[in-house]
Ligand binder design. Structure first.
Ligand code: BES
Ligand code: MN
Ligand code: ZN
Length: 493
């Protein structure tokens, strides 16, 4: 979607949308349109009983005196109760309405042009590649938006950064929505090659290399798959070697399909578990956004890509595996596979990149959904400043996140009688987000600041929301982008 900001008059084809607060008189175009339309505006407002409540929409078709096909009024409620997030949502609500209309271009008048543009663009997404019967009446997306405001150049510059972040969000949605018969560890990795045109170095560790490195926990998970397990590495250095600080390393769980392995999931879960590569997608989307924006930061993304399938070659309950760290792991449940791929990725990250900050993003547990519904992601963290930074980023971007405790008492649940550690706690906390985080914590080496973000709760939505449709949300890109840019500014200061 092409978004332009302009001061010019409101003419052209398509839809003209105006936001107005509950004090209708404050609507700056009211007089103009009322006179053009010969009083149609006030008659329509009265006939519809429109009071400009927050999110209320009045759609006037074929407005008299204007060249557009529709004039849409959107209420904002009381002006003093508005903030940036509400404006974003108002943008999203408008887009969600426009996506049902035959018009493909939109002109908007709003007091908060940047936030409205962000909301509009985030919501302007659909995943319809597999629907063969397209409607001829309705374009599936809005193609152009013109936002009328007083200082177009300034807003336009700020929007350019937001635009690449939103492209990252949409990439995550595409990857997560893609079915597992199309997106597998090999094709996912292949798609990352496109990043090279944005100054991102893409490296792939294939099974041979992973074996040589001793990443047996990671390899075990993919053993039953017809696709090759791989670690795809995205390196972006926007400081061009000028930065002597260690990079931030992002790790993404990239299980392109999690059948549960021999501990097979139920039919209901099998139908939706293609989303299990959401962590890897989020890491990819974040790095792509940082690279496109040429952000002056140094980040490494490790995408641990594998498919968890039952097969004669699959790993089994009871297997004992030696992880890259040297620690042996008793496999109690083949469906607790995310921690197995991540623990090796963590060891690799720490040995090779010696990061100060390491953040893993994963659809790790169903338990985080039981904690938070679909509203918050949960996280565990061993460093106060990192924890506060993530919370602040969540607050700033509206991608909500909440901490859970890190306490050695939980480590006891992973004691195994026959190996160093087991992958599943059979005690009272089974499958919990807290204990799985503790499993990962035991692979954090001394001095590494680490956070584990469980996004199983936020990766997909069961209903339409202002900024996304049912399906993949793209959660995490805005959060991580904001965190990384801010922490690098602080590190330099
Ligand atoms: N990928 C799943 C968690 C998941 C479930 C994410 C539903 C998104 C939606 C993970 O690998 C898993 O299977 N977790 C189990 C762990 C248990 C077997 C220890 C869980 O949470 O039930
Ligand atoms: Mn699983
Ligand atoms: Zn999984």
């Amino acid at each position: 979607m092409e978004v332009t900001f302009s001061t010019t008059e409101l003419q052209g084809e398509g839809v003209l949308a105006c936001y107005l607060d509950d004090d209708l008189a404050a609507f700056r175009l009211y007089d103009y349109m009322e006179s053009k339309g010969d009083g149609q505006l006030s008659r329509a407002i009265e006939a519809a009983g429109f009071t400009a409540e927050y999110g209320e929409i009045l759609d006037i078709v074929a407005p008299v005196g204007l060249s557009v096909q529709r004039l849409i009024l959107i209420g904002t409620g009381p002006a003093d109760q508005l903030n940036q997030k509400k404006w974003e949502h108002l943008g999203g609500e408008l887009m969600s309405y426009c996506l049902t209309l035959p018009q493909g271009s939109l002109h908007v008048v709003a007091n908060s042009p940047l936030s409205v543009a962000v909301g509009l663009s985030l919501r302007n997404y659909c995943f319809e590649n597999y629907i063969t019967k397209q409607s001829s009446k309705k374009p599936s997306l809005i193609e152009t938006v013109t936002i009328h405001c007083d200082n177009p150049e300034e807003i336009s510059q700020a929007y350019n950064v937001q635009r690449v972040i939103i492209e990252g969000v949409h990439l995550v949605r595409d990857l997560v929505n893609e079915p597992a018969n199309e997106l597998n560890p090999e094709s996912f990795s292949q798609r990352m090659k496109e990043f090279e045109s944005y100054d991102v170095q893409v490296k792939v560790l294939d099974e041979l290399k992973l074996t040589a490195l001793g990443m047996n926990a990671f390899l075990a998970v993919g053993q039953g798959s017809m696709y090759e397990t791989n670690m795809t590495i995205l390196e972006y250095d926007g400081t061009h070697g000028m930065n002597t600080f260690p990079p931030v390393v992002l790790l993404g769980k990239g299980i392109t399909y999690d059948s549960g392995g021999l501990c097979l999931k139920s039919a209901e879960w099998l139908a939706m578990i293609k989303l299990d590569m959401g962590g890897a997608a989020t890491v990819a989307g974040t790095i792509l956004a940082l690279a496109k924006a040429r952000a002056p930061v140094k980040v490494i993304g490790l995408l641990a890509l594998a498919e968890n399938m039952p097969d004669a070659k699959a790993f089994r309950g009871g297997d004992i595996i030696k992880s890259m760290s040297g620690k042996t792991i008793e496999v109690v449940n083949t469906d607790a596979e995310g921690r197995l791929v991540l623990c090796d990725a963590m060891t690799y990250a720490q040995r090779v990149y010696n990061p100060e900050i390491m953040i893993d993003v994963a659809t790790l547990t169903g338990s985080v959904i039981r904690f938070f519904g679909r509203e918050y992601a949960g996280f565990l963290c061993n460093d106060t400043k990192l924890s506060q930074g993530l919370m602040a980023a969540g607050e700033a971007t509206g991608e909500k996140i909440w901490p859970l405790p890190l306490d050695t008492i939980y480590d006891e649940e992973f004691k195994s009688p026959i190996a160093d550690i087991k992958n599943y706690d059979v005690g009272m906390h089974q499958g919990s987000m807290i204990t799985s985080g503790h499993f990962l914590h035991s692979f954090v080496e001394k001095g590494t600041k680490w956070a584990h973000i469980d996004i199983a709760s936020t990766v997909c939505s069961e209903r339409d929301r202002p900024l996304w449709k049912k399906g993949a949300t793209g959660y995490g890109v805005r959060l991580l982008y904001d965190y990384i840019v801010n922490q690098s500014t602080e590190a330099k200061a």
